[in-house]
Design a protein around this ligand. Structure first.
Ligand code: ZN
Length: 162
Protein backbone atom coordinates (compact mmCIF):
# COMPACT_ATOMS: atom_id res chain seq x y z
CA UNK A 1 0.00 0.00 0.00
CA UNK A 2 1.46 3.34 -1.05
CA UNK A 3 1.59 6.40 1.15
CA UNK A 4 -0.99 8.98 0.21
CA UNK A 5 -3.29 11.46 1.94
CA UNK A 6 -5.47 9.97 4.70
CA UNK A 7 -3.27 6.91 5.24
CA UNK A 8 -1.50 6.17 8.49
CA UNK A 9 2.26 5.84 8.26
CA UNK A 10 4.57 4.35 10.87
CA UNK A 11 8.22 5.13 10.29
CA UNK A 12 11.61 5.34 11.92
CA UNK A 13 13.88 8.29 11.33
CA UNK A 14 17.30 9.59 12.15
CA UNK A 15 17.81 13.30 11.63
CA UNK A 16 21.08 15.22 11.43
CA UNK A 17 22.16 18.59 10.09
CA UNK A 18 23.30 18.78 6.46
CA UNK A 19 26.94 19.73 6.09
CA UNK A 20 27.69 19.30 9.77
CA UNK A 21 29.54 15.99 9.82
CA UNK A 22 30.85 16.60 13.31
CA UNK A 23 27.40 16.82 14.79
CA UNK A 24 26.03 13.63 16.14
CA UNK A 25 22.53 12.80 15.06
CA UNK A 26 20.16 15.38 16.48
CA UNK A 27 17.27 13.07 17.04
CA UNK A 28 16.25 9.53 16.31
CA UNK A 29 13.21 7.35 16.81
CA UNK A 30 15.34 4.19 16.74
CA UNK A 31 15.37 3.80 20.50
CA UNK A 32 11.60 3.99 20.79
CA UNK A 33 8.44 3.07 18.88
CA UNK A 34 8.19 4.29 15.31
CA UNK A 35 6.54 7.66 14.78
CA UNK A 36 2.92 7.47 13.61
CA UNK A 37 1.48 10.16 11.36
CA UNK A 38 -1.60 10.75 9.27
CA UNK A 39 -0.27 11.56 5.81
CA UNK A 40 -1.41 14.82 4.21
CA UNK A 41 -2.41 16.52 7.46
CA UNK A 42 0.73 18.45 8.33
CA UNK A 43 1.72 16.09 11.14
CA UNK A 44 5.36 16.39 10.03
CA UNK A 45 7.44 19.10 8.35
CA UNK A 46 6.48 19.74 4.70
CA UNK A 47 9.75 18.42 3.25
CA UNK A 48 9.35 15.07 4.94
CA UNK A 49 5.68 14.83 4.03
CA UNK A 50 6.68 15.32 0.39
CA UNK A 51 9.53 12.78 0.60
CA UNK A 52 7.43 9.91 1.93
CA UNK A 53 4.58 10.30 -0.54
CA UNK A 54 4.20 7.24 -2.76
CA UNK A 55 6.54 5.08 -0.64
CA UNK A 56 5.64 1.68 0.77
CA UNK A 57 6.37 -0.29 3.93
CA UNK A 58 9.91 -1.68 3.94
CA UNK A 59 11.45 1.19 1.96
CA UNK A 60 14.45 2.89 3.51
CA UNK A 61 15.80 6.09 2.00
CA UNK A 62 17.67 9.28 2.78
CA UNK A 63 16.58 12.80 1.96
CA UNK A 64 17.85 16.34 2.49
CA UNK A 65 15.27 18.94 3.46
CA UNK A 66 16.14 22.64 3.22
CA UNK A 67 15.31 24.84 6.21
CA UNK A 68 12.37 26.49 4.45
CA UNK A 69 10.70 23.06 4.11
CA UNK A 70 11.69 22.04 7.62
CA UNK A 71 11.35 24.35 10.61
CA UNK A 72 11.66 27.57 8.62
CA UNK A 73 14.42 30.16 8.39
CA UNK A 74 15.73 31.77 11.53
CA UNK A 75 14.02 35.09 12.17
CA UNK A 76 15.67 38.12 13.70
CA UNK A 77 13.99 39.96 16.52
CA UNK A 78 12.90 36.85 18.38
CA UNK A 79 15.22 37.50 21.26
CA UNK A 80 13.61 38.16 24.60
CA UNK A 81 14.73 39.10 28.10
CA UNK A 82 13.05 37.03 30.77
CA UNK A 83 13.23 37.43 34.56
CA UNK A 84 15.25 34.58 36.02
CA UNK A 85 12.49 33.61 38.43
CA UNK A 86 10.61 32.10 35.49
CA UNK A 87 13.22 29.36 35.25
CA UNK A 88 12.44 27.71 38.58
CA UNK A 89 15.97 27.46 39.92
CA UNK A 90 17.53 25.17 37.31
CA UNK A 91 21.12 25.73 36.31
CA UNK A 92 21.21 27.75 33.08
CA UNK A 93 23.93 27.81 30.47
CA UNK A 94 24.18 29.49 27.06
CA UNK A 95 23.17 27.14 24.25
CA UNK A 96 20.85 25.17 26.49
CA UNK A 97 17.39 24.45 25.14
CA UNK A 98 14.37 24.20 27.35
CA UNK A 99 10.63 24.70 27.50
CA UNK A 100 9.51 28.05 28.83
CA UNK A 101 5.93 28.77 29.83
CA UNK A 102 4.92 31.93 27.98
CA UNK A 103 1.65 33.78 27.50
CA UNK A 104 1.26 31.70 24.36
CA UNK A 105 1.83 28.38 26.09
CA UNK A 106 5.03 26.36 26.42
CA UNK A 107 7.70 27.23 23.85
CA UNK A 108 11.09 25.77 23.09
CA UNK A 109 13.70 28.44 23.67
CA UNK A 110 17.48 28.60 23.50
CA UNK A 111 19.39 30.32 26.28
CA UNK A 112 21.71 32.99 24.92
CA UNK A 113 22.99 34.83 27.95
CA UNK A 114 22.51 34.43 31.67
CA UNK A 115 22.63 37.58 33.81
CA UNK A 116 22.19 38.19 37.52
CA UNK A 117 18.42 38.54 37.42
CA UNK A 118 17.48 38.21 33.75
CA UNK A 119 18.05 35.66 31.02
CA UNK A 120 18.26 36.39 27.28
CA UNK A 121 16.51 33.72 25.25
CA UNK A 122 15.98 33.12 21.55
CA UNK A 123 12.45 32.12 20.58
CA UNK A 124 13.40 30.67 17.21
CA UNK A 125 12.66 26.97 16.92
CA UNK A 126 15.90 25.17 17.83
CA UNK A 127 15.99 23.63 14.36
CA UNK A 128 15.12 26.83 12.49
CA UNK A 129 17.57 27.82 9.77
CA UNK A 130 19.03 24.33 9.49
CA UNK A 131 19.00 22.10 6.44
CA UNK A 132 18.21 18.64 7.71
CA UNK A 133 19.22 15.19 6.57
CA UNK A 134 16.77 12.38 7.22
CA UNK A 135 17.31 8.65 7.16
CA UNK A 136 13.81 7.19 6.98
CA UNK A 137 12.47 3.65 7.13
CA UNK A 138 8.79 3.08 6.43
CA UNK A 139 7.54 0.42 8.83
CA UNK A 140 3.83 0.24 8.11
CA UNK A 141 1.19 1.89 5.94
CA UNK A 142 -2.50 1.39 6.63
CA UNK A 143 -5.84 3.03 5.93
CA UNK A 144 -6.89 5.56 8.55
CA UNK A 145 -10.19 5.25 10.37
CA UNK A 146 -12.83 7.90 9.71
CA UNK A 147 -12.30 9.15 13.23
CA UNK A 148 -8.57 9.59 12.64
CA UNK A 149 -9.21 11.56 9.46
CA UNK A 150 -11.73 13.71 11.28
CA UNK A 151 -9.25 14.43 14.08
CA UNK A 152 -6.30 14.89 11.73
CA UNK A 153 -4.03 12.55 13.68
CA UNK A 154 -3.35 8.87 14.41
CA UNK A 155 -4.93 6.98 17.28
CA UNK A 156 -3.39 4.05 19.13
CA UNK A 157 0.27 2.97 19.14
CA UNK A 158 2.58 5.92 18.43
CA UNK A 159 -0.38 8.30 18.09
CA UNK A 160 -2.82 10.15 20.29
CA UNK A 161 -4.30 8.36 23.28
CA UNK A 162 -7.67 9.86 24.06
ZN1 ZN B 1 -8.08 12.04 18.01
Amino acid sequence: MKIEKDRVVLFHYIVSEVGNDDAAEMESSRDRDPMAILAGHGNVIPGLEKAIEGREAGERFEVDVVAADAYGERREGLGQRVPKKHFSGQKLEPGMQLLLNTNFGPRAVTIEKVGMSVVDVDLNHPMAGRDLHFDVEIIEVREASLEEIEHGHVHGAGGHQH
